[in-house]
Design a protein around this ligand. Structure first.
Ligand code: GLY
Length: 433
């Protein structure tokens, strides 16, 4: 079996690990022992070390000593930091963009400029700002708080602030835009649009793209999409691969933009492979572009990879050989439903203490629900602790009837999830903004 290195340690990586471990020996460099990733490393007779995946010397030594042949990365900061570049330089076959190609995610202005060239009709009116004078001028376009502020760099899904939702006056929005400008030298201010948000992800070998089932994410912390932005509190996908408010032609328009973007980024050399994620809004004025991510979404990866029919090694081989197609990369016609479990303070308070919680993994699995650990580690029998104030674990179920899936996952949450923890109780509803 080939040896495959996976870097990254969230719920997204837990499901990638599950897929890799079916057909490769899984290797990893983990900052803490993510119980899911550790389980899949052991099942596949692989190996992990505890250390920083950002430590290039450590990763290089591990790759060389263990003679690792393949590398998969789908985490924004690791991609920006050039860990795929490192793996390529050591001769590994890689899944994930180089740092320069991941700029589609780590520079919001770079992404907007490309979409402006390729599909100007999809761009929401915006101001790319790099001085305080430009910010003041842009503000003249807005009589009140009805605008959106987008930081330039990576923010783990928590940086975009929407007027009326995250700030309640023009002054507050201006102050946040100024803070972003001071932090990175750039900020985007854009019109607020009304519509339904959705995600289109594709797998790509750098030339061909295969669209994944469309997912509906819950980026806000509380029910009815209230509260601060988060990395995503839940996610679902439908058996027809669409969402109730989307038609195939809407998706085709997004995939067309994604395909053109990959061609544009790869025009000189093959820099982008893996997953390109597009965030979009369906509005009365048509489909509008929000952002690109250079990786699988988290939690979206747990939904789409549970619908993947083709073994992961075949997908990878077709990516390495640039032969990826909808014929050799197939998805089941199934629904997927997922709820992320978090601490009560997640996304609302900083510098909080670790949360210790009880969890009987076997019992959850025996009830037919999958569990993927994220920012948690085991500290005793059926006892875990958070390792940061990020999402802790996700519960996922795949099947024919979405209403049933929802009932079953929430029943398991009710019976099995420690009351010290929190989650959104309305995953499954469709919201418009
Ligand atoms: N769920 C949104 C993201 O992964 O960025």
């Amino acid at each position: 079996m080939e040896k495959c290195l996976l870097l990254g340690n969230g719920g997204r990586e837990a499901v990638i690990a599950e897929n890799i471990a079916k057909t490769y020996s899984l290797y990893s460099v983990l900052p803490y022992e993510n119980p899911s990733i550790v389980e899949y490393v052991k099942k596949s007779n692989g190996k992990y070390i505890v250390g920083s995946p950002f430590d290039k010397e450590l990763v290089k030594k591990f790759i060389e000593e263990e003679k690792i042949e393949v590398c998969v990365i789908s985490s924004d900061n690791l991609l920006q930091d050039g860990l795929i570049d490192l793996a390529k330089s050591l001769g590994l076959k890689t899944f994930g963009p180089t740092s320069i190609a991941a700029k589609l995610e780590w520079s919001k202005t770079y992404a907007l400029d490309i979409v402006q060239k390729l599909a100007p009709e999809m761009v929401i009116k915006n101001f790319e700002i790099s001085t305080e004078a430009e910010l003041e001028k842009a503000m003249e376009n807005y009589p009140d708080e009805n605008f959106v502020v987008k930081p330039e760099g990576l923010t783990g899904g928590k940086g975009v602030k929407v007027g009326g939702e995250h700030f309640s006056s023009k002054e507050e929005g201006f102050a946040y835009a100024k803070e972003c400008l001071n932090a990175s030298g750039k900020v985007i201010v854009q019109d607020k649009v009304k519509g339904s948000e959705f995600t289109v992800m594709v797998l790509t070998d750098g030339k061909n793209v295969v669209p994944l089932p469309i997912t509906f994410d819950y980026p806000y912390r509380y029910e009815e999409d209230k509260g601060p932005g988060t990395g995503g509190m839940g996610c679902m996908s439908f058996s027809n691969g669409l969402l109730p408010f989307l038609e195939q032609k809407d998706v085709d328009e997004c995939v067309n933009l994604i395909q053109k973007t990959i061609n544009y980024v790869n025009k000189d050399s093959l820099e982008f492979t893996g997953v390109l994620y597009g965030g979009f809004f369906k509005t009365e004025e048509g489909i509008k572009f929000i952002e690109f991510n250079a990786r699988f979404g988290d939690p979206e990866a747990m939904n789409v990879l549970n619908a993947l029919e083709t073994p992961w090694n075949e997908v990878m081989e077709n990516i390495f050989n640039q032969t990826l197609s909808t014929e050799n990369c197939k998805f089941k016609k199934t629904n997927t439903f997922l709820v992320y479990i978090v601490s009560k303070e997640y996304a609302v308070k900083k510098n909080n203490e670790p949360v210790i919680f009880k969890l009987n993994k076997k019992q959850i699995e025996n009830k037919g629900v999958k569990i993927y650990f994220a920012n948690a580690k085991e500290i005793g029998e059926n006892e875990y602790t958070s390792v940061s104030n990020s999402r802790l674990f996700a519960l996922e179920k795949t099947g024919d009837n979405l209403e049933e899936l929802k009932k079953e996952v929430y029943k398991v949450i009710d019976e099995e999830v420690d009351k010290v923890l929190d989650y959104r109780k309305d995953i499954g509803e469709i919201y418009e903004h």
